[in-house]
Write a protein that binds this ligand. Sequence first.
Ligand code: NDP
Length: 434
Amino acid sequence: RAKDPGQPEFHQAVHEVVESLADFLLDNPRYLHAQILERMVEPERIIQFRVPWIDDRGKIHINRGYRVEMNSAIGPYKGGLRFHPTVNQSILKFLAFEQVLKNSLTSLPMGGGKGGSDFDPKNKSDNEVMRFCQSFMTELSRHIGPYTDVPAGDIGVGGREIGFLFGQYKRLRNEFTGVLTGKGVEWGGSLIRPEATGYGAVYFAKEMMETRGESFKGKTVAVSGSGNVAQYATEKVIELGGKVVTLSDSSGSIYDPEGIDREKLDFVMELKNVHRGRIKEYADKYAIQYLEKQRPWSVKCDVALPCATENELNLEEAKMLLNNGCFVVAEGANMPSTEEAVHYFIEKQILYGPGKAANAGGVAVSGLEMTQNSMRISWSREEVDTKLHSIMRNIHEMCVKYGKENSEFTNYVKGANIAGFVKVANSMMAQGLV
Ligand code: NDP
C-alpha cells in the first residue's frame, strides 16, 4: 500500500485475491519462492496521455487517457476501455488485475489490461464523441495492435465508440485488423458479443442454481444497471422463465413487480441505446415505482444480478437481500459487492458468483472474435452462443474444483481466484524473470 497510496479500489481487489490464495500458496510454496504475486500486482506497463478535443461550440477540452498493460504471460493484453468521469489509475488497475485472472479462467490465450479516460460521454453529441475518440486513438494506436494489446468496450464505451476508435486506428495504420473487439458485425465483429456478458452471467447463475436443484423458472430477479450487461442479462432471464423486477442507473432504480417483459425491455433498449435517456422514463411510462437515488437491493427477490458498477452493493444491502429471500448473487459488473458484502455472502453460504467468473462471458466472446478475425471467417449466432455456454460451464466447473469446501458449499471466490491464478503463475514461471 505504501507504494500506491490513494488506490483503494486496487487494494480492495488485490486484498480479496491474496486472502483467498493464502492457504493454496502455503501448500504450493514454489509460487511464493518465485514471488509471483508480488510480480502480478505490478503492471507490466502503464501509459498515461493527454487527450485534447474541441466541442461543438469550439471550446477546447483536455481529458486524461490511460492504458494499463497488466500481464501478458498467457497472451496479448486484453480488456475494455472505460469512459466515465470517475476513471483514475486505481480503478483501472483494479479492473486490469481482475481481468488477468478472468481471462485466464476463460481458457483462451489472453493476457490482461484495461484502459479508458475520465471523459464523460453523457450529454455529448455524436460528433463530440467522435472527435474525442479520434484524439484518444491517435495516441493509443502507438501502444496497441492485434498481437500486442486488443481493447474492447466497458462503461461508456459501446458500439458507437468502438466504431469511431476503430475507424481512427485504421486510418492511422492503414490496416484492417482485429485490434479492437466489440466491432459491428458488418466490419469484423462477432455475433453474440453485445449479449455475451449479460448472457454469460445468467448462464453462470444457472450452473450455480443447478447444484442445488434450482432453476430460473418462476424466480424473481433484481438487476441493477440498465446498460449493455443489464439489458442482456434481463433478456436471458426472461428467456429462461424468470421475472426481472428492477433496473437502475446512477440517478435511481425502477421497481416493476409485474416484471419486465420483452416489450418493456425493447423500450429500455431504445431508451438507453438510441435516445440515451434515463431509467426514470420507464417508471413514468409504465406508472410503476421509481426509487430516486436508490439502488434496487431493498426489493423481494430470489436472485440478484448487480450489473452497473463497482461497490454498488454494501453489507447493509447484502443483509436486506438475504432477509428478503435472495439466495443467488451473480455479478455481471466488476467488483459490485463491497468486501464486507462478499464476506457476508460467503459466511451465509449462498450461491455467490464473483464478477471475474460470472462476467467472463464478455471477454470470452471477445476472444472468439479475435479467433474469427484471424481465420477471416464468421461463426453463426448458434455456434458462438454454444461456445459461450460451454465456456461458462467450464469456468463453473473450475470454480467448483478449487473452491468446493464440502458437499453443500462451494466458495466461488476462492475457486475463481485459484483457478485463474494457477495458469498465469505457471506461465510466468516458465518464461523466467521478465
Ligand atoms: P454501460 O455503460 O453500458 O452501462 C453501465 C450502467 O451502469 C448504466 O446503467 C449506468 O448508469 C450504471 N452506472 C455506471 N456507473 C454508475 C455509478 N457510479 N453508480 C450507479 N450506476 C452506475 O456499461 P456496461 O453495461 O458495459 O458495464 C456494466 C458493468 O459490467 C461494469 O462494471 C463493467 O466493468 C462490467 N463488465 C462489462 C463488460 C462488457 O462486456 N460490457 C464485460 C465484463 C464486465 P448511468 O447511465 O446513469 O451512468
